[in-house]
Design a protein around this ligand. Structure first.
Ligand SMILES: [Fe+2]
Length: 240
Protein backbone atom coordinates (compact mmCIF):
# COMPACT_ATOMS: atom_id res chain seq x y z
CA UNK A 1 0.00 0.00 0.00
CA UNK A 2 1.31 3.42 -0.90
CA UNK A 3 1.90 5.84 1.90
CA UNK A 4 -0.25 8.74 0.82
CA UNK A 5 1.68 11.13 2.99
CA UNK A 6 4.97 10.14 1.42
CA UNK A 7 6.75 13.12 -0.04
CA UNK A 8 4.12 15.58 1.13
CA UNK A 9 4.93 18.61 3.13
CA UNK A 10 2.86 19.13 6.28
CA UNK A 11 0.04 21.50 5.47
CA UNK A 12 -0.46 24.74 7.24
CA UNK A 13 -3.94 25.12 8.79
CA UNK A 14 -6.31 27.19 6.70
CA UNK A 15 -6.50 30.80 7.64
CA UNK A 16 -9.40 31.34 10.04
CA UNK A 17 -9.86 27.61 10.77
CA UNK A 18 -10.55 26.80 14.41
CA UNK A 19 -7.55 25.35 16.26
CA UNK A 20 -7.61 21.61 16.69
CA UNK A 21 -8.92 20.59 20.08
CA UNK A 22 -6.54 18.53 22.20
CA UNK A 23 -7.63 14.95 22.75
CA UNK A 24 -9.88 14.54 25.75
CA UNK A 25 -8.19 12.35 28.40
CA UNK A 26 -11.40 10.38 29.10
CA UNK A 27 -12.05 8.72 32.45
CA UNK A 28 -9.12 8.83 34.84
CA UNK A 29 -8.70 8.23 38.53
CA UNK A 30 -7.88 11.26 40.60
CA UNK A 31 -4.74 9.38 41.63
CA UNK A 32 -3.68 9.46 37.98
CA UNK A 33 -4.57 13.12 37.62
CA UNK A 34 -2.72 14.06 40.80
CA UNK A 35 0.10 11.57 40.18
CA UNK A 36 -0.55 10.37 43.71
CA UNK A 37 -0.44 6.95 45.32
CA UNK A 38 -2.91 7.91 48.08
CA UNK A 39 -5.65 5.26 48.23
CA UNK A 40 -8.28 7.98 48.76
CA UNK A 41 -7.71 9.38 45.29
CA UNK A 42 -7.85 5.90 43.78
CA UNK A 43 -11.51 5.81 44.83
CA UNK A 44 -12.42 8.59 42.39
CA UNK A 45 -13.04 8.38 38.70
CA UNK A 46 -12.93 11.78 37.09
CA UNK A 47 -14.07 13.04 33.71
CA UNK A 48 -12.92 16.50 32.81
CA UNK A 49 -15.77 18.73 31.66
CA UNK A 50 -16.13 19.68 28.01
CA UNK A 51 -18.45 21.82 25.91
CA UNK A 52 -21.66 22.12 27.92
CA UNK A 53 -21.02 19.28 30.35
CA UNK A 54 -19.31 19.75 33.70
CA UNK A 55 -16.63 17.72 35.45
CA UNK A 56 -18.05 14.38 36.59
CA UNK A 57 -16.85 12.58 39.72
CA UNK A 58 -17.59 8.92 40.41
CA UNK A 59 -16.82 7.51 43.85
CA UNK A 60 -16.10 3.79 43.89
CA UNK A 61 -17.06 1.44 46.73
CA UNK A 62 -19.60 -1.33 47.19
CA UNK A 63 -21.58 0.67 44.64
CA UNK A 64 -20.93 3.77 42.53
CA UNK A 65 -21.90 7.30 43.50
CA UNK A 66 -21.88 10.01 40.85
CA UNK A 67 -21.47 13.65 41.81
CA UNK A 68 -22.74 15.86 39.01
CA UNK A 69 -23.51 13.56 36.10
CA UNK A 70 -22.83 16.22 33.45
CA UNK A 71 -24.92 16.61 30.34
CA UNK A 72 -23.84 13.91 27.91
CA UNK A 73 -24.94 10.27 27.81
CA UNK A 74 -21.76 9.24 26.00
CA UNK A 75 -19.82 9.63 29.22
CA UNK A 76 -21.87 6.76 30.68
CA UNK A 77 -21.14 4.67 27.59
CA UNK A 78 -17.45 5.32 28.13
CA UNK A 79 -17.73 4.47 31.83
CA UNK A 80 -19.39 1.14 31.10
CA UNK A 81 -16.91 0.45 28.31
CA UNK A 82 -14.11 0.41 30.89
CA UNK A 83 -15.88 -2.25 32.95
CA UNK A 84 -18.50 -0.69 35.19
CA UNK A 85 -22.19 -1.57 35.00
CA UNK A 86 -25.30 0.66 34.95
CA UNK A 87 -26.77 -1.21 37.91
CA UNK A 88 -23.76 -0.28 40.05
CA UNK A 89 -24.80 3.39 40.13
CA UNK A 90 -26.96 3.75 43.24
CA UNK A 91 -26.63 7.44 44.10
CA UNK A 92 -26.35 10.61 42.04
CA UNK A 93 -25.73 13.94 43.74
CA UNK A 94 -26.35 17.31 42.12
CA UNK A 95 -24.31 20.24 43.39
CA UNK A 96 -27.04 22.39 41.84
CA UNK A 97 -29.76 22.09 39.24
CA UNK A 98 -28.10 23.64 36.21
CA UNK A 99 -28.53 21.43 33.18
CA UNK A 100 -24.79 21.10 32.50
CA UNK A 101 -24.55 19.38 35.89
CA UNK A 102 -27.92 17.65 36.16
CA UNK A 103 -29.20 16.39 32.83
CA UNK A 104 -26.85 13.42 32.72
CA UNK A 105 -29.00 11.79 35.42
CA UNK A 106 -31.94 11.71 33.05
CA UNK A 107 -29.84 10.77 30.06
CA UNK A 108 -28.70 7.82 32.17
CA UNK A 109 -32.23 6.62 32.97
CA UNK A 110 -33.38 7.19 29.40
CA UNK A 111 -30.45 5.22 28.00
CA UNK A 112 -30.55 2.39 30.58
CA UNK A 113 -34.24 2.10 31.68
CA UNK A 114 -33.69 -1.45 32.96
CA UNK A 115 -31.82 -0.06 36.00
CA UNK A 116 -35.20 0.55 37.65
CA UNK A 117 -35.71 -3.22 37.82
CA UNK A 118 -32.94 -3.37 40.42
CA UNK A 119 -34.00 -0.27 42.35
CA UNK A 120 -32.53 2.43 40.14
CA UNK A 121 -30.75 5.21 41.95
CA UNK A 122 -31.36 7.90 44.51
CA UNK A 123 -30.99 11.48 43.32
CA UNK A 124 -29.67 13.70 46.12
CA UNK A 125 -30.27 17.41 45.65
CA UNK A 126 -31.09 20.54 47.61
CA UNK A 127 -34.68 21.12 48.62
CA UNK A 128 -34.71 24.32 46.55
CA UNK A 129 -33.64 22.50 43.40
CA UNK A 130 -36.10 22.68 40.50
CA UNK A 131 -39.25 20.65 41.16
CA UNK A 132 -39.15 19.34 37.61
CA UNK A 133 -35.98 17.41 38.44
CA UNK A 134 -37.66 15.71 41.40
CA UNK A 135 -40.80 14.92 39.40
CA UNK A 136 -38.88 13.61 36.42
CA UNK A 137 -36.70 11.27 38.43
CA UNK A 138 -39.75 9.75 40.12
CA UNK A 139 -41.65 9.56 36.82
CA UNK A 140 -38.76 7.49 35.51
CA UNK A 141 -39.01 5.05 38.43
CA UNK A 142 -36.17 6.28 40.63
CA UNK A 143 -36.35 8.41 43.79
CA UNK A 144 -34.86 11.51 45.31
CA UNK A 145 -33.67 12.81 48.66
CA UNK A 146 -33.67 16.47 49.56
CA UNK A 147 -30.92 18.02 51.65
CA UNK A 148 -30.68 21.49 53.19
CA UNK A 149 -27.10 21.62 54.42
CA UNK A 150 -25.67 20.24 57.65
CA UNK A 151 -26.45 16.61 56.87
CA UNK A 152 -23.90 13.84 56.64
CA UNK A 153 -24.49 11.67 53.59
CA UNK A 154 -22.81 8.40 52.81
CA UNK A 155 -21.49 7.93 49.30
CA UNK A 156 -19.89 4.60 48.44
CA UNK A 157 -18.66 4.15 52.01
CA UNK A 158 -17.38 7.71 52.54
CA UNK A 159 -19.16 10.23 54.76
CA UNK A 160 -19.60 13.71 53.34
CA UNK A 161 -20.94 16.80 55.05
CA UNK A 162 -23.42 18.78 52.99
CA UNK A 163 -22.64 22.50 53.12
CA UNK A 164 -25.24 24.88 51.79
CA UNK A 165 -23.47 27.17 49.32
CA UNK A 166 -26.07 29.26 47.48
CA UNK A 167 -25.20 32.34 45.45
CA UNK A 168 -24.52 30.96 42.00
CA UNK A 169 -27.98 29.35 42.33
CA UNK A 170 -30.38 29.07 45.25
CA UNK A 171 -29.84 25.31 45.44
CA UNK A 172 -26.04 25.12 45.56
CA UNK A 173 -24.38 22.57 47.82
CA UNK A 174 -20.77 21.63 48.46
CA UNK A 175 -19.75 18.18 49.70
CA UNK A 176 -16.98 18.10 52.28
CA UNK A 177 -15.01 15.04 53.37
CA UNK A 178 -13.24 16.14 56.54
CA UNK A 179 -10.78 13.24 56.97
CA UNK A 180 -9.20 13.94 53.59
CA UNK A 181 -9.85 17.72 53.58
CA UNK A 182 -11.59 17.39 50.22
CA UNK A 183 -14.46 19.49 48.89
CA UNK A 184 -16.58 18.92 45.80
CA UNK A 185 -17.70 22.43 45.03
CA UNK A 186 -19.76 22.43 41.84
CA UNK A 187 -19.68 25.95 40.42
CA UNK A 188 -19.32 27.65 43.81
CA UNK A 189 -15.51 27.44 43.76
CA UNK A 190 -13.76 27.30 40.40
CA UNK A 191 -10.04 27.63 39.74
CA UNK A 192 -9.21 31.00 38.20
CA UNK A 193 -12.85 31.99 37.71
CA UNK A 194 -16.12 32.76 39.41
CA UNK A 195 -19.49 31.61 38.16
CA UNK A 196 -21.81 34.58 38.28
CA UNK A 197 -25.06 34.56 40.21
CA UNK A 198 -27.78 33.15 37.94
CA UNK A 199 -30.76 35.24 38.95
CA UNK A 200 -33.18 32.97 37.02
CA UNK A 201 -32.04 30.15 39.30
CA UNK A 202 -32.21 32.24 42.45
CA UNK A 203 -28.57 33.28 42.44
CA UNK A 204 -27.58 36.29 44.54
CA UNK A 205 -24.19 37.78 45.22
CA UNK A 206 -24.87 38.27 48.94
CA UNK A 207 -25.79 34.59 49.18
CA UNK A 208 -22.52 33.79 47.45
CA UNK A 209 -20.61 35.40 50.29
CA UNK A 210 -22.64 33.35 52.78
CA UNK A 211 -21.57 30.18 51.03
CA UNK A 212 -17.94 31.15 50.68
CA UNK A 213 -17.75 32.10 54.36
CA UNK A 214 -19.18 28.70 55.25
CA UNK A 215 -16.42 27.06 53.23
CA UNK A 216 -13.72 29.19 54.82
CA UNK A 217 -14.58 27.67 58.18
CA UNK A 218 -13.54 24.27 56.86
CA UNK A 219 -10.03 22.92 56.50
CA UNK A 220 -9.97 22.31 52.76
CA UNK A 221 -6.85 21.19 50.93
CA UNK A 222 -8.22 19.52 47.81
CA UNK A 223 -10.90 21.09 45.62
CA UNK A 224 -12.87 19.11 43.07
CA UNK A 225 -14.63 21.83 41.09
CA UNK A 226 -17.41 21.70 38.51
CA UNK A 227 -15.12 22.94 35.76
CA UNK A 228 -11.40 23.13 35.14
CA UNK A 229 -8.85 20.80 36.63
CA UNK A 230 -9.24 19.29 40.09
CA UNK A 231 -6.76 20.77 42.56
CA UNK A 232 -4.67 18.87 45.10
CA UNK A 233 -3.14 20.86 47.97
CA UNK A 234 -4.49 24.03 46.45
CA UNK A 235 -2.74 26.99 48.00
CA UNK A 236 -4.14 30.46 48.07
CA UNK A 237 -5.40 33.34 50.09
CA UNK A 238 -8.37 31.99 51.97
CA UNK A 239 -9.33 35.13 53.82
CA UNK A 240 -12.20 37.39 52.84
FE1 LIG B 1 -23.93 26.31 37.34
Amino acid sequence: MTDRTEGQEPQEPLEGAPPEEPLHPGWQTLAQVFQSTEPFFEKFLYLLGYDYSCNVYVIKGDYLSVVDPGNDYTMFMDLFRIGYKPTEIKKIVLTHGHRDHAMGAFEFIRSYPSITQTGGFELILHQESPEVLKKTVTDFGCRYKEVRGGEIIELSGLEWEVIYTPGHTIDGITLYHAPSKTAITGDTVLPHAMAGPDQKAGGRLDHYLFGVKALLKKDIAHVLPGYFAAKKNWPGNRKI
